[in-house]
Design a protein around this ligand. Structure first.
Ligand code: SF4
Length: 396
């Protein structure tokens, strides 16, 4: 945290305000401006607090007439805006450095203030994956680390291969800058009607999201510009009320990824939500009318209980079969002999075996396969998937 006594400022969304970090809270100074509008979804406690201060003389002409204490910088800024906002990303010091960057400097994650920008947050993948995927544009609200810390993470392997071990830090991921996200949209890199995948390299609902709310705020920006979002996550928090209240069913497509229902097995390989919570989350989101998918990824022989799988109350399922190289095969304790098809850098299960697996999946209305082995990709596209143009099979 920023240290007590440090002063911060904001000049955005039409208001100016200032305040100071105190021992247990954040104090907004007298004279700070308050936006007159209140978002429909704002928590009732904050709506009531604003009304109370409008009548007791604390807010006059949309300015504070005295210093006001809040339990956090985020509550303070949300009160002032009348709409949800992240305090650490909004309050800036006199040099323009955000409170979040102060936190990261203090934690040793940010070595130098010039390292402030997380550059890779928006990109369009190319090559083998990009040519097959209908949604190659990815927006990572967090990067270079994921608190789910899956031992089989392809992103971790890729980044460590490119940068060395210091390039991946599960405890301190880089955090995308909301201003830059909106700026890239204004520059036309994403536009109305596009669909961007949230969580291309890392999980946009990894644990740090509960602190920084970068994904929540990004969803609000995407709503504003009517840009669709495909959320791929291993976290049940996507179904928490604060997200349900913000996600637009006309724009949101949500895939909850699970590899196994075995709690002990899941805990051995990843620190994401327990699989039963992920199932409950996707069932809740489907009941609410969102375009939802159970994403079985990766499928590994012996890891999934088909009886339980077929009882998941979700209309659509997407399957991605495990692909291996020698390192991945060793990691999962599988034999390379079971992956006889070689394509690009990976070995794949045979098509016959994949079809045997798919025949056991009977509890879903629509089954679709995402496959990066070219021969198999073409087979599923032409003979199996509900939408040959879109192996994700999103609602149109
Ligand atoms: S959730 Fe995804 S990005 Fe995060 S560690 Fe696991 S595989 Fe990697």
């Amino acid at each position: 945290m920023a240290r007590p006594g440090e002063k911060f400022y904001l000049d955005t969304r039409g208001i100016k305000a200032s305040g100071v970090v105190t021992e247990n809270s954040f104090t907004v100074f007298k004279g700070s401006e308050v936006r007159p509008t209140i978002a429909k979804y704002l928590a009732k406690a904050l709506v009531d607090l604003r009304h109370q201060h409008e009548t007791d003389g604390t807010i006059v002409d949309w300015k504070l007439t005295r210093d006001l204490d809040f339990n956090s910088p985020s509550t303070a800024v949300t009160f002032l805006f009348g709409a949800n906002a992240s305090g650490p990303q909004t309050w800036k010091d006199e040099n323009g450095m955000t409170m979040l960057e102060h936190d990261k400097l203090a934690a040793g994650v940010l070595k130098d203030p010039s390292d402030r920008e997380y550059l890779g947050f928006l990109k369009t993948v190319e090559g083998n994956e990009g040519s097959k995927c209908h949604y190659p544009t990815r927006l990572d609200t967090y990067g270079c680390g994921c608190g789910h810390d899956c031992s089989y993470c392809y992103a971790k392997d890729m980044i460590i291969n490119m940068t060395g071990p210091e390039g991946w830090d599960p405890s301190h991921p880089k955090i995308a800058d909301l201003w830059r996200i909106e700026n890239r949209i204004k520059r036309g890199e994403l536009k109305k009607g596009d669909i961007v995948r949230l969580g291309g390299l890392t999980d946009c609902f990894q644990p740090i999201e509960k602190k920084y709310h970068t994904t929540l705020e990004t969803i609000k920006i995407l709503n504003k510009y009517r840009i669709g979002y495909l959320i791929v996550t291993k976290s049940h928090t996507v179904a928490d009320e604060e997200y349900v209240a913000v996600m637009d069913p006309a724009l949101a497509h949500i895939q909850l990824t699970t590899t196994t229902f075995d709690l002990a097995l899941a805990a051995k390989y990843e620190k994401a939500s327990p699989p039963n919570k992920r199932v409950a989350a996707i069932e809740k989101l489907q009941a609410l009318g969102f375009d939802t998918f159970f994403r079985l990824s990766p499928y590994i022989d012996g890891w999934i209980d088909f009886d339980k799988l077929n009882r998941v109350e979700c209309d659509k399922i997407l399957i991605e079969f495990l692909r291996v190289n020698t390192t991945i095969a060793r990691r999962f304790g599988v034999s390379l002999d079971d992956f006889p098809v070689r394509d690009a850098a990976y070995c794949h299960m045979s098509l016959e075996h994949k079809l045997e697996v798919l025949a056991k999946i009977t509890g879903f209305k629509e089954v679709t396969v995402c496959d990066d082995c070219t021969e198999h990709y073409e087979y599923f596209r032409d003979h199996f998937n509900p939408d040959p143009k879109d192996c994700c099979n999103l609602r149109k």
